[in-house]
Design a protein around this ligand. Structure first.
Ligand code: ATP
Ligand code: MG
Length: 243
């Protein structure tokens, strides 16, 4: 099987536990969901969207893929890939049909969605279909990207929307595009949660409870991410360590 961008063979990737093994039974098709994002940090909006896509689109598994160096977030100081990957692992660890992968984090340079999808297309056999899950706003942008044609050829798109969200703009852009996009929309009630909102709350000393799993909050505190205001618990631990 192809050596994908120096990452190793398909068997190597699967053995490392990074990507799920799919496509073994040639008499059926498999449906692989891909949830890409910066995940800085991951939150319940991402998790509930992936779960709903899993159910509604009858997916076999959803892979969470923290972006290496996102093409469109170069202005902001993005948290290290290691930390974003660790939080993604923690958040997905108790769901049997979620898998976190270092696939993009381990790739050098800026990561583009079309390249990622092309690599996955090389790694997986033809009976594995790719479903790229993203916010509906992002779908409206994707159809205008330079790589739009490649993306349309490689994957189905799943656009998460908020109830009552107006899809007209996205629909206009998609129907006006020269490419044949296959898009399914999902209504996700928790859509108002965002990583920026979580970062703001952390730096303001506010709780993240019910916005992201406690394991993620614990990691943020332990590793002092997002200008965390140390809690008494963390301060006591640190005093202990230095004496
Ligand atoms: P930021 O606030 O830093 O932009 P974010 O919350 O949008 O972060 P990203 O990592 O940028 O998170 O998003 C990853 C993917 O998840 C994108 O496709 C985005 O549209 C989608 N997404 C983000 N928040 C939600 C949410 N609450 N519900 C559903 N999808 C979401
Ligand atoms: Mg965003």
């Amino acid at each position: 099987m192809a050596d994908a961008d120096g990452l190793g063979t398909r068997a190597d990737l699967v053995e490392r536990g990074d990507l799920p093994l799919l496509g073994q039974d040639v008499s059926r098709t498999y449906r692989l969901g891909i949830m890409g994002g910066t995940f800085d940090p991951i939150h319940y909006g991402h998790l509930v969207t992936a779960e709903q896509a899993f159910d509604d689109l009858d997916l076999d598994v959803v892979v969470f893929m923290p972006a290496g160096r996102p093409a469109f977030k170069q202005g902001r100081n993005v948290t290290s890939g290691e930390d974003r990957n660790a939080m993604t692992l923690l958040a997905t660890s108790d769901n049997p049909h979620f898998v976190a992968t270092r696939f993009e984090v381990d790739r050098a340079g800026v990561t583009y969605t079309a390249d990622t999808l092309e690599l996955l297309r090389e790694i997986y056999p033809d009976n594995v279909e790719l479903f790229f899950i993203t916010g509906a706003d992002a779908i409206a942008e994707i159809v205008t990207w330079r790589e739009a044609g490649r993306i349309a050829r490689l994957a189905h798109l799943v656009g998460a929307t908020r109830p009552g969200y107006d899809l007209d703009r996205a629909d206009d852009l998609i129907s006006g595009s020269p490419y044949d996009f296959d898009v399914t929309y999902l209504e996700v009630p928790a859509l108002a949660i965002s990583s920026s909102y979580l970062r703001e709350r952390v730096s303001g000393g506010q709780s993240l409870r019910y916005l992201t799993p406690d394991s993620v909050t614990g990691y943020i505190h332990k590793h002092h991410l997002y200008g965390v205001v140390p809690t008494r618990y963390v301060s006591v631990l640190e005093e202990g360590e230095s004496s």
